[in-house]
Ligand binder design. Structure first.
Ligand code: GLU
Length: 420
């Protein structure tokens, strides 16, 4: 089938899907209905810049399937954003939500922009304009946005406010990942990183590894990477390598994560944190460590990097960090490297987003311990189901995780039938 969805990231999502569909023996005729997004919205967002000129930014939202409920997923502000990337990320959200047992289809949106190039005022104008253009296509029971790379709680608050102003009432359930002061939930900010660390602890138990003395390398120090690092350090794991888009550091003695966090909080990035520990970012992923956590962008582990990895656990905190070519290599190294695939590894974020949406709909708010207990419960359940499937069919962790998600959506589509 020819479509508007092209590019390396979409091809990656398609390739993975074909692999899983072969394993599940889904007939050719039923595959396009599962893979191709239901809706894709492309918009132009004009805003007034501080210098008095007008600039137009391209924005997108892809809603993958509407079979299980509203669609759900983040909004990315990054120069790489295009319809191919956004559609792949939406498709992955579908398998992620289905694996975690959430009543959602996947969605993703974004604007092609470097948010660091904008002033706060310009960022607010762009965020509000994006939501305003999306009003006809979203809603608390249609499509619920959240943060992703380049967006944060403040952007979500602007989204919520813009939508609410047009409705003439506060509609906090239109987005998740909001500040707690504006209807957000306890625990959402750190949920993805906490989930990553929780699943790493599960994997270590299974592999009979001791956290004391274990080492970890984290690529990416945004919301996900920083909280994952903090939580791993609290488990007694030494963080020996860390990077963001501005700097890369390596020190076998380990870093103090609280100091790193305080520095990044104050300066906006890790740039200038140290001169002694500066390291080549191209070499970071292939250093020897117990746990490798790619927590930045897609496709950083290709076949070449995969062959050189020297970790015991690969915890995919980013979406799509490992290419299908790398997967083929890692399949051969299955006994050496234990993969926690992205749609499982980073699902803590959308799980707590779901809790936020439920609380907003009910206007009944939970304590932090309740949020985190429920989070751990859903993560443990998904982890166990993946492990059972891996052992039953001798398949890779990625195929097992995706198969559970794809199967759930396929069954829902089959039982609902085709209308009319
Ligand atoms: N952007 C995050 C993800 O990729 C979170 C999505 C959400 O909370 O809805 O999973």
């Amino acid at each position: 089938m020819s479509s508007i969805y092209t590019g390396p990231v979409f091809e990656m999502a398609r390739n993975q899907f074909t692999h899983v569909a072969d394993y599940l023996e889904i007939p050719e005729g039923k595959r396009d209905r599962l893979l191709y997004p239901k809706r894709a919205i492309a918009i132009s967002c004009p805003i007034n810049l501080d210098n008095g000129e007008t600039a137009v930014f391209q924005g997108y939202r892809v809603q993958h399937h509407l079979t299980l409920g509203p669609t759900k997923g983040g909004t990315r502000f990054a120069p790489s954003v295009d319809i191919g990337e956004v559609s792949a990320l939406a498709i992955w959200m579908s398998w992620k939500c289905a694996l975690a047992g959430l009543p959602y289809g996947g969605a993703k949106g974004g604007i092609t922009v470097d948010p660091h190039s904008l002033s706060i005022r310009e960022l607010e104008n762009l965020s509000r304009r994006y939501m305003q253009e999306m009003i006809p296509f979203v809603g608390p029971h249609v499509d619920v946005m959240a943060p992703d790379m380049g967006t944060n709680e403040q952007v979500m608050a602007w989204f919520m406010d813009t939508y609410s102003m047009y409705q003439g009432r506060t509609v906090s359930e239109i987005v998740t990942g909001k500040p707690v002061s504006s209807g957000g939930t306890e625990g959402r900010r750190e949920a993805t990183g906490l989930g990553v660390a929780h699943l790493i602890a599960r994997a270590m138990q299974r592999l009979q590894m001791n956290p004391a003395g274990a080492t970890a390398i984290i690529q990416g120090f945004g919301n996900v990477g920083s909280y994952a690092a903090l939580e791993l350090a609290q488990q007694g794991i030494r963080i020996i390598g860390v990077s963001d888009h501005t700097a890369c550091y390596f020190d076998p003695n380990g870093f103090d994560v609280n100091t790193l966090l305080a520095y990044a909080g104050k300066h906006g990035s890790l740039k200038g944190y140290s001169t002694e520990a500066l390291f080549d970012p191209d070499q970071l992923l292939v250093q020897a460590c117990d746990i490798l956590v790619p927590a930045a962008i897609e496709r950083v582990i290709d076949a070449d990097v995969a062959a050189k990895l020297k970790c015991r656990i690969l915890a995919e905190a980013a979406n799509g960090p490992t290419t299908p070519e790398a997967d083929a290599v890692l399949d051969q190294r299955r006994r050496e490297i234990f993969i926690i695939p992205d749609i499982l590894c980073n699902s803590g974020g959308v799980i707590v987003s779901y809790f936020e949406w439920v609380q907003d709909l009910q206007q009944l708010f939970w304590r932090r311990t309740e949020v985190l207990n429920r989070l751990r419960d859903l993560l443990d359940n998904a982890f166990e189901r993946v492990m059972v499937r891996v052992e039953k069919d001798a398949i890779s962790h990625r195929v097992a995780a995706m198969a559970i998600g794809v199967d759930k959506v396929a069954q829902a589509k089959a039982t609902r039938g085709l209308f009319p």
